[in-house]
Write a protein that binds this ligand. Structure first.
Ligand code: ADP
Length: 637
């Protein structure tokens, strides 16, 4: 049954907060309301145009898509009208007042933390654009009629204070009129010059004409000025991606980037080309200089826009780029695709497959150029978005080699915060070094203190320091780079060139002690002499191919549902360390002395701490240290 009376409904509570925050904290950028309303109108036109592809009748003869601005000085109202899809009563109630969007809460939380300059970008990203109207209006009335026969119009109205009303209304044809009753001190938004300026600034690339009736004086036949009303289109509607690169200015690219990405950050690299050959298509993509704000909170929608002959098919076509390039935004326009491709069929479309291959290649090439030509810009890009690229190394066999060239990694020899490429690392390897060495852990500082690096350091071999969690997946997947195997410094043995294996008689001397320790320290599966220690007494290593300590920690921290079996480690002791020698002598003299176990555990516990893991029995450790301390204090000599 259709409602015939006026209903008063309440805004969802979260929306009230959104309204409050928008009106208060975005006030210095309140002019963005126009961009938001125009973009909603444009979306609504895209929707009807898209729906009409399947059902031409929906248009009811009205093909003349337009967004119309109407400033009424006398009434103090600004109206943004469109002949888009419109809304039914229920849609209006849901969309403009009650629906809880996933991003709403995040929006509330982040708005307060964000630099005021960057705030305007947030509104669009979080789908709360409509409410920005309340920054300039003390009342907003929306008259809307959904496309298709059988729908009547509805009027939605609110002062943005907590409730809104809906009632039946009249409207000729489908579409929406958003009428803003401007606040007294916001009347500047009725001025022609101001509206013109704002449309140029924010909505120039909007594909549909934004029109306004303006008065022009034209010289009449009697020579006197005659006032005439003409309808003028305020935006250029230029599809930048279809224009030759040479004719596009930096500013045009920048504002287009803002339009498609909703991000206010800088662009590191613009990729613009027309592909020719079996499939023709136009590409305009952007690699951001930093992680886009919404992206950081996991709120960003990913994938470039997909157009077919300038008709927007999809706002975010994920199928165009692999997940590890999800920071890339822009437009791909392919006239050869059928207009009715959908999210489902796009996945299996051979043309799209070809486009995707080509686009991925171009993005990788652009990144390579950035790395070569602007190393500093690339380094700061990589610092924020390298993690995403590394997912590709871990998962995408096809592009692994190309991605490996793009990696930047800290190493023992780089200054803190600086990174080397794998190519530079390999080029600097001494003749006798045949492998790429890595060590992973939580931080550079912790890794630099790791005993497993001692022999490498002594030898002057560099070791890559992996502190990004994704490194644990990326580097093992890489296996090798330029035919040099990638190996972990804390797994398996080390090459003879770094540390020669201990002579057999040396191992024999320690055999009995090691057997005792292995049986007394439950978390250790083997005790052996080390070839990688030069200063420390002990360290822990894993078998080649086994999970290392850092990986175990990461998986355990990942929590929920991950059952990480603890793998036992190999305890390596430094045979030339006085503490190890002293323990050997004690064991030889008195194998059953309880101090053998206690001191052995201390050597193990030092190694646990050095690799950045937690002690299982910190109280026991403290007790053992204190026993020694007491002895040391009684007999300081
Ligand atoms: P967003 O546009 O980001 O989703 P808004 O708060 O701006 O968020 O709008 C909420 C919803 O209201 C839109 O998603 C759309 O469904 C609907 N809407 C807004 N303006 C219009 C319009 N001019 N025509 C049709 N629907 C609209």
């Amino acid at each position: 049954m259709t409602e015939t009376r006026t209903e008063t409904l309440e805004f969802r509570s979260e929306l009230r907060q959104v309204l409050h925050l928008i009106t208060h904290s975005l006030y210095s950028h309140r002019e963005v309301f126009l961009r938001e309303l125009i973009s909603n109108a444009s979306d609504a036109i895209d929707k009807i145009r898209f729906a009409a592809l399947a059902d031409e009748g929906l248009l009811e003869g009205d093909h003349d898509f337009k967004i119309r601005l109407l400033a009424d000085e006398a009434a103090g109202t600004l109206t943004v009208s469109d002949n888009g899809v419109g809304m039914t009563r229920d849609e209006a109630v849901e969309n403009l007042g009650t629906i809880a969007k996933s991003g709403t809460r995040a929006f509330l939380e982040k708005l307060s933390e964000t630099d005021p300059e960057k705030r305007p970008g947030l509104i669009g990203q979080f789908g709360v654009g409509f409410y920005s109207a309340f920054m300039v209006a003390d009342k907003v009335a929306v008259t809307t009629r959904a496309a298709g026969a059988g729908h009547t119009a509805v009027r939605w109205e609110s002062d943005g204070q907590g409730t809104f009303t809906v009632e039946p209304a009249e409207r000729a044809g489908r579409g929406t009129d958003v009428v803003l009753h401007l606040k007294d001190d916001e009347k500047e938004f009725l001025k022609e010059w101001r509206l013109r300026q704002l449309v140029k600034q924010f909505s120039d690339f909007v594909e549909h004409p934004v029109v306004m009736d303006v008065e022009r004086s034209e010289p009449g036949p009697d020579g006197k000025g005659e006032k005439k009303t003409v309808t003028e289109t305020l935006n250029s509607q230029k599809a930048l991606w279809l224009r030759p690169k040479t004719g596009v200015t930096k500013e045009e690219y920048e504002s287009f980037y803002r339009l498609v990405s909703g991000d206010y950050g800088e662009v590191a690299k613009t990729i613009h080309y027309a592909a020719e050959g079996t499939t023709e298509f136009n590409v305009l993509l952007f690699i951001p200089a930093r992680m886009p704000v919404a992206f950081r909170w996991g709120e960003a929608k990913v994938g470039p826009r997909l157009y077919v002959r300038r008709v927007l098919i999809m706002d975010h076509c994920e199928a165009l780029l692999p997940p590890w390039l999800r920071f890339v935004s822009g437009v791909v326009d392919c006239p050869d695709l059928p207009l009715n491709v959908s999210r489902e069929t796009v996945q299996r479309n051979p043309i799209l497959d070809r486009i995707r291959k080509n686009v991925v290649k171009s993005v990788l090439k652009a990144l390579e150029e950035l790395k070569k030509d602007e190393p500093e810009a690339y380094a700061s890009f990589f610092k924020e978005l390298g993690t995403v690229l590394k997912e590709g190394v871990a998962r995408d066999h096809e592009h692994r080699a190309a991605l490996a060239d793009l990696l930047l990694v800290e190493s023992v020899k780089t200054e803190g915060g600086k990174r080397t490429t794998l190519a530079d690392y390999v080029a600097a390897m001494p003749e006798e070094q045949k492998e790429i060495w890595t060590l992973s852990g939580e931080s550079r500082e912790q890794l630099l203190g790791s005993p497993v690096l001692e022999a490498f350091r002594a030898k002057g071999w560099d070791v890559l320091l992996l502190t990004d969690p994704v490194d644990e997946f990326a580097f093992p997947a890489l296996e090798s780079y330029k035919e040099k195997p990638v190996r972990a410094a804390d797994r398996g043995g080390v090459p003879d060139a770094v540390g020669a294996p201990p002579p057999a008689e040396e191992s024999a001397r320690f055999a009995s002690l090691f057997a005792t320790l292995a049986s007394r320290i439950p978390d250790v599966k083997e005790v052996r002499l080390s070839s990688r220690l030069t200063e420390s007494a002990s360290c822990l290593v894993a078998e080649e191919g086994e999970m290392g300590a850092n990986m175990e920690r990461l998986l355990r921290n990942a929590g929920a549902g991950v059952d990480v079996k603890e793998s036992k480690r190999i305890l390596e002791l430094n045979g030339s360390h006085p503490a190890v020698e002293a323990l050997r002598a004690l064991h030889e003299k008195a194998p059953d002395d309880p101090r053998v176990e206690s001191f052995g555990k201390l050597l193990y516990e030092q190694a646990v701490i050095a690799e950045g893991s937690k002690l299982k029995d910190p109280a026991g450790f403290a007790k053992r240290v204190n026993e020694l301390l007491v002895k040391g204090a009684i007999d300081p000599a």
